[in-house]
Design a protein. Sequence first.
Length: 574
Amino acid sequence: MTGTPYSDNFIRMSLTALMRSRSRLLRIGPLGSRLHGTIRAHVPAFLLALLCACPLTLAAQEVTSASAETTAADTAPVVVDGRPLFVVSGFSAYPAKERAGRIRDAIIKAARSSEVTVENLSITPLTDRVQLRAGEIVLLNVVDADADREGITRQTLAEVYQFRIANAISNYREDRSPEQLLRSAAIALAYLLGFLFVGWLINRVFRWLEARAERRLKRNLRDIEAKSQRLVHAGRLWLLLAALFRAIRLGAIVLLAYITLTSVLDLFPWTRSIADGLLQLFLSPLRELWGGVVEATPGLVFILVLFLVLRYLLNLMKVLFRGVETGSIQVVNFDPDWAMPTFKIVRVVLIALGIVIAYPYIPGSDSLAFKGISVFVGVLLSIGSSSVISNTFAGLSMIYRRAFKVGDRVRIDDVIGFVREIRLQTTQVVTAKNEAVVLPNSNIMHSNVINYSQLAKERGLILHTTVGIGYDTPWRQVEAMLLAAADRTDGLEKEPTPFVLQCKLGDFAIDYEINAYCSNPDRILGIYSDLHAHIQDVFNENGVQIMSPAYVADPEEPKVVPPDQWKNPPTETA
């Protein structure tokens, strides 16, 4: 309305509407139209909610008033009993808020005076203003700033104010009449009784619905549980549905409490402003949220489109790298084992690029709070990511250096086992005792790694063991016995042929080392056990004593096990 000239017809229509509403009473509709729900509660709880809502509503009113002052610092509304009448302008020496407060006080003073009647309201044109009076009480002065703001003359605007003030005085007196107060109290009591009754009814209805749903749904939930191979638990699903019922009932309780509270507060002139503020208390956050959603929609749409494009590109690249890994796509000088690690690197780079592109479109990204949180998170990552980065680069280095791959039998420091999984941070090795050992990749980079599987199938892995035999046994006989023991051992290759090395001429014995080729490193421990057993058998058969691990003096008889004692009880006979 501000800044738009009024036509005479429009002014006459406005004055007519004001006259018709001059003697307006409280509009109390049927009880059913004011109650849209019910609640399970009691009177003390309701009164406690009322007492708690009043200060919150007053605080919300103060926030709303402060926001209005910030938006339009030169105007302020004149409000009587929670009903805004009109807006007045302010000046540097006479702020609008102070002016509106004095006009309100004058209207209330006139309404309380028994000497003032609605017909006593008069308009007095002066040189620089138009004055509205109620008997001897000056209500307000209409100045040029007010008329210019509305785009009409001071006289016309004063007539509009006159009718609104007359209506406000009539409503003020009528709202405080004993008859109206008794009527309002009766209606408030009816609201409270209806509140309790409908709340009890809603509680019964929800209990009936919950019991009926439990009988019908639990059978279906058990069927779902059986069909899902126990992946879905029927009891937990029912707990979820029961929580949903409780949430719906709680929503009905809150809605009914709000409707009843605002209805009761709106009945009395002293609490009517609280009722209006209570509505704003709920609507203001929703309005702010909706405005934020509307403002952020273009950015969110851009982020969604970027996400879909990035996801499609990552899926396409994953298919390509998976083809390289399986060999269906050949890339020159590119090991298939590098395919998925390379894809992971490319994926991280693309995701980081997508975050950089999407960052300006994130709602609130330009706020100081968002930037502060971003800096804080960055500092935390920089402090705690040193080991993560070192392990990641170590893992990539091992993959591209092809130190080992999944399934290889390796020895890393004192850990011997099969490589089960290689990740950017850690490598998992499963030992022969079925122990899963997780090794940080940075530790592996600084350790000696022995790979038993890398050359086993191409050239064969050489298994070797050492025995100490005295000088009184011919070395040719010792070599022949060791070769015979190797020949009896399953898992050792016949070609290339095994060979024996004389590693050391000790003080009391010679160290002989039997070497034999093996193409299956997965059976190393079992092959070693069989080889040691056959060495003992061959040397016992030929009456030659094994001097390992220590020698003190020549025994009277060789320390051997005669063949007739090889299967003494409880040894199983074969």
